[in-house]
Design a protein around this ligand. Structure first.
Ligand code: F6P
Length: 320
């Protein structure tokens, strides 16, 4: 019987369980045995794995996080860690590995592929910074979490004439902040991809205030600055009452959206199908309506996925 393995690694996100479920069920349907590796690459090094059945993935689809658990594994970046991970995979007798995670995970997947082991990567990170896919798993659910929070904050902001500075995750990528600005109707979005001038923002805030619009939401991507610093500077410069909300890991959890469940199902199935067809060293992604494969080598050497300039433009235009 063919044997494949699956792991989730790096920062968790919603939709990972839906993807593992798809891998297991599509694998079993194709006559393969599927091993689940716990705690990402760390579990591969420490040999934490078990054979998964259809029932192992019952009732996980609707849950956020990852039932396989995840880890950021420094050891995997060392020669000895990589060697151990590859030896253990070979010892397990698998045809190939499906690695679900963000850029660190895909770098690990590429390193394993270079050792002659078949690997397919699945992009999963709320940051949406992975190139060659329009969307990564978890992004849509994170955005839904953010807009729920901003909708609630707008109620209290308008009740008190306050400006709220809301910090999103995203590492060096402003996708979450700028898209949430459009979707939640926030007034400003500060993202690392676009220079901003706090003096201009303060002047504009004052103008809005004079026009009778006395509450505002300022979205800040974590890569563009600290929400508390920005709030303090606004208060110092124009004396506005500000409050700060750092959304943090709240954004990563929760039941996956329909989009993420469907993306997980499609990614998982495509990864299994291609791995069993003998394709390897690739990442599955979605471009338009299509599932596409890109060489892991190309993915990891292309830097972060750039933000479509249409988003900052739209955010600015709609927040006048
Ligand atoms: O990459 C996903 C992410 O949530 C980033 O947005 C954030 O900077 C980072 O992970 C947080 O990492 P950790 O969960 O290790 O604190």
């Amino acid at each position: 019987m063919k044997r494949i393995a699956v792991l989730t690694s790096g920062g968790d996100c919603s939709g990972m369980n839906a993807t593992v479920r798809a891998v297991v069920r599509a694998g079993l349907a194709s006559g393969a045995e599927v091993f689940g590796i716990q705690k990402g690459y760390q579990g591969l090094i420490d040999r934490l794995y078990e054979s998964l059945t259809t029932r192992s993935v019952s009732n996980v689809l609707q849950r956020g996080g990852t039932f396989l658990q995840s880890a950021r594994c420094k050891e995997m970046r060392t020669e000895s860690g990589l060697r151990l991970a590859c030896e253990n995979l070979k010892g397990l007798g698998v045809e190939g590995l499906i690695a679900i995670g963000g850029d660190g995970t895909l770098n690990g997947a590429h390193a394993i592929a270079q050792q002659g082991i078949s690997v397919i990567g699945i992009p999963a990170s709320i940051d949406n910074d992975i190139p060659f896919t329009d969307m990564s798993l978890g992004v849509d659910t994170a955005l839904n979490n953010i807009i729920t929070a901003v909708d609630n904050l707008k109620d209290t902001a308008s009740s008190h004439d306050r400006a709220f500075v809301v910090e999103t995750m995203g590492r060096g990528c402003g996708y979450l902040a700028v898209v949430a600005t459009i979707a939640a109707g926030a007034e400003y979005s500060l993202i690392p991809e676009e220079p901003y001038d706090l003096d201009d923002i303060c002047t504009d805030l004052r103008r809005r205030y004079q026009e009778g619009r006395s509450n505002s939401i300022i979205m800040v991507a974590e890569g563009a600055g600290k929400a508390q610093d920005i709030a303090d500077q606004i208060k110092d410069r124009i004396g506005f009452e500000t409050r700060v909300v750092v959304l943090g890991h709240y954004q990563r959890g929760g039941s996956p959206s329909v989009y993420d469940r469907l993306l997980g199902a499609r990614f998982g199935q495509a990864a299994v199908e291609n791995l069993l067809k003998g394709k390897d060293g690739k990442m599955v992604g979605v471009q338009g309506a299509k599932i596409v494969l890109t060489d892991l080598e190309k993915v990891i050497s292309s830097g972060s996925r750039p933000i479509n300039p249409m988003f900052p433009k739209l955010a600015n235009q709609l927040s006048v």
